[in-house]
Design a binder for this molecule. Structure first.
Ligand code: ADP
Ligand code: ADP
Length: 216
């Protein structure tokens, strides 16, 4: 069964905004799917639905993931907390025994290359490193599905490319599943072999691009 599946899904917000129309999308285990499209076509809405933070108003939706990890663009870090404490933040870790919790945090920080930065405050870090903290925070939850909401949007080109390569390698090595939204076609094509194109208002998926492909 899919980690997340939309079939003829519709979403109309309470204020009447019709955000999604007839969306069909499936993410299976081990798949990394990108969705590309302009602002306002409903990409964030799609992610919030996948995380269970919103419900469709018509059609069908299936969620097979027990745990999802949400990685945001601005990393939503608490500025007065150290890197370690920011990664330790998720309430879900409260029930995990202390030693195990420490292991998970240390392992996640090692995975994203942040060893030695445990005691830094967010403002001491670059944008790319803040994004790593956000990713580490998700990793501690051991999610079945990672959701990325334009995590590279605020980063410079070189950092973006470097993080993209690392993310690629990490997901390929671990077989993690991901749903990645962006407005950059090149970023989407670089990160995944399934790129879905969204457009319109209300938004829907209008195309699927096979990668590699030739830019015109
Ligand atoms: P994207 O991420 O592609 O920019 P969004 O999913 O944020 O698109 O938004 C899709 C549409 O839904 C937009 O027209 C936006 O204004 C509208 N929208 C988003 N969130 C809400 C909300 N909570 N209530 C009403 N309309 C919303
Ligand atoms: P307690 O849970 O009794 O407060 P801990 O030994 O778990 O004590 O941690 C105390 C504080 O030290 C934590 O809140 C965290 O900020 C920090 N800390 C713990 N382990 C590390 C580590 N490996 N690297 C950096 N900071 C750590």
């Amino acid at each position: 069964h899919p980690l997340v599946g939309f079939e003829h899904s519709e979403l109309v917000y309470p204020d009447g905004t019709h955000a999604l129309r007839d969306v069909n999308l499936t993410v299976r285990e081990g798949e990394f799917v990108s969705v590309v499209g302009p602002s306002g076509c409903g990409k964030s809405t799609l992610l919030r639905l996948s995380a269970g933070l919103e419900s469709i108003t018509d059609g069908y939706m299936q969620c097979g993931a027990d745990r999802v990890g949400y990685v945001f663009q601005d990393a939503t870090l608490l500025p007065w907390r150290t890197v370690w404490d920011n990664v330790a933040l998720f309430g879900e870790l409260d029930g995990v025994p202390r030693e195990d919790r420490k292991h998970r945090i240390a392992a996640a920080l090692a995975t994203v290359g942040l060893e030695g930065f445990e005691d830094h405050l967010p403002h001491m870090l670059s944008g790319g490193m803040r994004m790593r903290v956000s990713l580490a925070r998700s990793l501690t939850l051991d999610p079945d599905l990672f959701l990325f909401d334009e995590p590279f949007a605020a980063l410079d080109e070189i950092t973006r490319e470097r993080l993209g390569v690392e993310l690629n390698e990490l997901f390929a090595a671990k077989g993690f599943a991901g749903l990645f939204i962006t407005h950059s076609v090149s970023e989407a094509a670089f990160l995944s072999n399934r790129v879905l194109v969204m457009s319109g208002r209300p938004g829907t998926i209008v195309d699927e691009i096979e990668v590699p492909f030739d830019f015109p």
